[in-house]
Write a protein that binds this ligand. Structure first.
Ligand SMILES: [Zn+2]
Length: 414
C-alpha cells in the first residue's frame, strides 16, 4: 500500500546474514492458529485477531489438557479485556495471547492446539524510498513495520512518513531524503550494516512512531543532544502552541537506539506523541484504529513538515551593511509612521540584520529572538531580495563525502 503512494524499493536480506553482532533470523509465516475447547469450538482464533498468536511461534498441532496449555497463554490481568501483543523472536517457543477474561472462562478438559506456521530460512524484508536533493547529504525518516495490527505503535509512523514523502516528492530539495520502512531493531541494524556509505551521508534524522494518539508531542533528542535536528524539533514544538515535552536521549526506545549507537552517533531523534509503555493501550488490542485519529495524524504531519522546513532553510547570511542599521524606510521595509510599536515582521528583519554576521544561522536567530523560524526565514528572504544580505557559501560536503566513502574513514571522521 505504501508502494502505491510513493516510489518504494524493497530489499530481501537472507536468513543467516551477519549484521554487526546479530544474524538475520529465520522467516516466520503463519496461515492459521486456534485453540479448540472440549466442545470442538474455537475459543482462541487467529482469524478473528492476529494478535492471538505469540509472534514467531513455532508450529504445533496437538491435543493437551488445560494445565499443559496454560503456561503458553499470555494475558494482562490488570486490563482483563485486552489481548496483549507478545513476541518471541530469539527463543523458539509457541503461545497464544488472549484477554484475561477469555482465559478465566476456559474450563478443565482437553484442548486442541494448532499453530499452522513456518519458521524457515527466508528473508528479512524492508522498504526504502529515496528522494534526491541538490546535496548528497541526507535526511533519514525511519519507521518500524513489524507490529501486526497495532495502530499507534506501527501504523501511525508508516502513515505520516508516507504522506511526508508525498509532500517532498517532486520538490526542489536542498537535502536528499531517505525513508525506511523496516522491522524494528533487526531492520535498523541490518540497514546500517548494509549501508555504511549512505549512513555516512546522514546529516539529520527522525524516527517516527506513536504519533496518532491524542497525547501531547514528545521529542526524544539524539545522543548528540544538541544536533540541528534536536534544535529544529525543539524550536518547532516550542512554537506549536500546545504543550509538548523534550526528552533527553536514553539508550532504550525505538530504532534511534541503533542510529545513535556510539559507532554511528547519528543525529537522529524520535518524534512521538504518548511515550511507549506509558498508556494502557500500548502493545495491546486496544492500540487499534479507534485509538488513532485523523486530526492527530495531520498535526503530526504538520510538525514533521515544519521540522524539515527548518532543516531545508537553515542557512547563514552576511549583512552587507553592518555599520549601523541600514535605512529600512527608504526601501519600504519599515513602518511609515514613527512612534507606534514595531510589528513582528519588522522585528524579525532587525534580528536577521543584527545577527547575520556569517556565524549565526537562521535557527540561531530564531532561538535567540524567540520568533518562529518561518518569520525569520521570510525576513531573510526579503532582506536578501533587497540586497541587504548575501549568502554564505556552504562548504561542499558532497566532495568531502565522496572522498570519505570507506567505512574506516567514516568512523574516523565521526
Ligand atoms: Zn512496540
Amino acid at each position: 500500500m505504501i508502494g502505491d503512494r510513493i516510489p518504494l524499493k524493497t530489499f530481501e536480506v537472507p536468513t543467516g546474514t551477519s549484521v554487526f553482532d546479530w544474524t538475520v533470523p529465520k522467516e516466520w509465516n503463519i496461515r492459521d492458529a486456534y485453540v479448540k475447547g472440549p466442545d470442538g469450538k474455537r475459543v482462541v482464533d487467529f482469524q478473528k485477531c492476529n494478535l492471538h498468536v505469540l509472534n514467531y511461534s513455532t508450529p504445533i498441532r496437538r491435543t493437551m489438557p488445560l494445565g499443559e496449555l496454560k503456561p503458553h497463554l499470555y494475558t494482562i490481568p490488570q486490563n482483563p479485556d485486552l489481548i496483549p501483543y507478545r513476541t518471541s523472536y530469539y527463543t523458539e517457543n509457541w503461545g497464544f495471547c488472549l484477554s484475561h477474561n477469555q482465559m478465566l472462562a476456559l474450563k478443565d478438559g482437553d484442548y486442541e492446539v494448532c499453530i499452522d506456521s513456518t519458521l524457515e530460512n527466508g528473508n528479512l524484508t524492508y522498504g526504502e524510498s529515496y528522494f534526491p536533493g541538490r546535496s548528497a547529504d541526507e535526511v533519514l525518516i525511519s519507521c518500524h513495520a513489524c507490529h501486526p495490527s497495532l495502530a499507534n505503535d506501527n501504523l501511525s509512523g508508516l502513515t505520516v512518513a508516507t504522506l511526508l514523502a508525498q509532500i517532498l516528492s517532486g520538490r526542489d530539495l536542498r537535502y536528499s531524503y531517505r525513508f525506511l520502512f523496516i522491522p524494528g531493531t533487526i531492520g535498523a541494524i541490518t540497514w546500517l550494516a548494509r549501508n555504511r556509505e549512505a549512513a555516512a551521508r546522514l546529516r539529520h534524522g527522525l524516527v517516527l512512531t506513536g504519533i496518532g494518539d491524542q497525547g501531547r508531542f514528545h521529542y526524544k533528542k539524539s545522543r548528540q543532544g544538541n544536533a540541528e535536528i534536536d534544535r529544529a524539533a525543539a524550536h518547532v514544538l516550542a512554537h506549536y502552541g500546545e504543550s509538548s515535552e523534550i526528552l533527553e536521549f536514553s539508550p532504550y526506545g525505538y530504532d534511534e537506539r541503533q542510529y545513535c549507537s556510539p559507532g554511528f552517533n547519528l543525529a537522529v531523534g524520535c518524534l512521538m506523541r504518548s511515550v511507549w509503555g506509558t498508556f494502557p493501550e500500548y502493545h495491546t488490542s486496544a492500540d487499534n484504529l479507534e485509538f488513532i485519529q485523523p486530526l492527530q495524524l495531520a498535526e503530526s504531519l504538520r510538525i514533521c513538515a515544519a521540522i524539515l522546513d527548518v532543516l531545508e532553510n537553515n542557512r547563514r547570511y552576511v549583512n552587507v551593511r553592518p555599520y549601523c542599521e541600514p535605512q529600512l524606510g527608504r526601501r519600504n521595509l519599515y513602518r511609515s509612521t514613527g512612534g507606534e510599536a514595531i510589528g513582528a515582521e519588522i522585528n524579525a528583519r532587525l534580528w536577521v540584520l543584527n545577527l547575520s554576521d556569517g556565524e549565526h544561522s537562521l535557527l540561531d536567530i530564531a532561538e535567540r529572538s524567540g520568533l518562529p523560524f518561518a518569520s525569520i526565514n521570510d525576513a531573510a528572504d526579503l532582506l536578501f531580495q533587497n540586497q541587504l544580505l548575501s549568502t554564505v557559501e556552504e562548504e561542499s560536503k558532497l566532495g568531502t563525502v565522496r572522498g570519505e566513502l570507506s567505512p574506516e574513514n567514516m568512523f574516523r571522521r565521526s
